[in-house]
Design a protein around this ligand. Structure first.
Ligand code: PXG
Length: 290
């Protein structure tokens, strides 16, 4: 039997997990998602992901008809049924079925929980580092779209930026905010190291408050490093000693070149290496057992 999907209260085979063409998610990109990882039958930071999802739903006025604890049970049930050991869990929610913009036409949200394999960066990129390019597509201003909410519709900006990065054969695309300050990459948060201190843009720069970002901040502080949020320009990145990205899929990955500028000595930095090891060790300890 193939994998099952949780769809609106039922477990159904993946090929039968279909939704209406009048779903607001399909019509308008009106929804939210979470990408979660399972490491060795333990779901990493599950509570944090579900909390971010519920806060986002509340902010855009989608009512999820269960508690966070019940939602967590639904996720674990799918992971268990699909016998996932290491993999990717995708939670997708939309406002529900209804033609027309008016959200009042949508009576109940569409909720899907599915599991899949993760497409990861090859191991050599963790050893040699990524090349990153700055994209012309900016992150949307928070006056229009709150970046801390993981909205599906917002990702058109990230997809356009990813197309720019792909055109240059870069590993990731760096996005600035409308004021020109560093925000984040298309699917990862960014950090730099300068004179032994670690810096990352603040949420108000227009970033998703990544769960991996938060974990790395905590691990770095436990390791005795000074970590602070700082408004940064491209100059800060170009002149950094080290640079790395964090995200559910990438974990912690070094960056060695940005817009043809070599970062540090062009090799993954020592502090980055320590954080990669600390993060990997942490994923073995942390997590909700399936
Ligand atoms: N910024 C953006 C814009 C992201 O999309 C992150 C930062 C890192 O956040 P986390 O919480 O993962 O540390 C992300 C994460 C997918 C997928 O299905 C996307 C992400 C994560 C997992 C899967 O495209 N984005």
């Amino acid at each position: 039997m193939g994998p099952v999907v949780y769809l609106n209260g039922k477990l159904v085979p993946e090929n039968e997990a279909v939704i209406s063409i009048y779903d607001h998610g399909f019509l308008y990109g009106d929804g939210l998602f979470e990408g979660i990882r399972c490491y060795d039958r333990k779901v990493f930071k599950l509570k944090e992901h579900i909390e971010r999802l519920f806060l986002g739903a509340k902010a855009i006025g989608i009512e999820i008809p269960m508690t966070q604890e019940e939602f967590i049970d639904c996720v674990l049930n799918v992971v268990r049924t699909n016998e996932v050991v290491d993999g990717y869990i995708r939670v997708t929610i939309s406002r529900g079925i209804g033609l027309g913009l008016d959200p009042r036409v949508c009576k109940k949200p569409t909720i899907a929980i599915s599991t899949s394999k993760l497409s990861l960066y090859p191991e050599e990129m963790y050893k040699n580092g990524l090349h990153v390019v700055t994209c012309s597509t900016r992150v949307p201003p928070s006056q229009s779209i709150e970046p801390r909410i993981k909205l599906t519709g917002k990702y058109i900006c990230n997809i356009m930026a990813k197309m720019e990065a792909n055109r240059e054969n870069a590993g990731e695309g760096l996005m600035l905010n409308v004021e020109g300050y560093i925000a984040e990459c298309t699917g990862d948060n960014i950090f730099i190291v300068k004179n032994g201190k670690i810096y990352t843009p603040p949420p108000y720069a227009g970033i998703l408050e990544g769960i991996t970002r938060q974990t790395v901040i905590e691990l770095a502080r436990e390791g005795g490093y000074d970590v602070s949020e700082k408004t940064m320009t491209l100059y800060d990145v170009y002149s950094a000693d080290e640079c790395f990205l964090t995200g559910t899929a990438a974990e912690v990955i070094p960056v060695v070149k940005v817009d043809e500028r070599i970062i540090g000595n062009g090799k993954p930095g020592a502090i980055t290496g320590k954080l990669i090891n600390a993060f990997r060790a942490y994923t073995k300890r942390e997590g909700v057992p399936v």
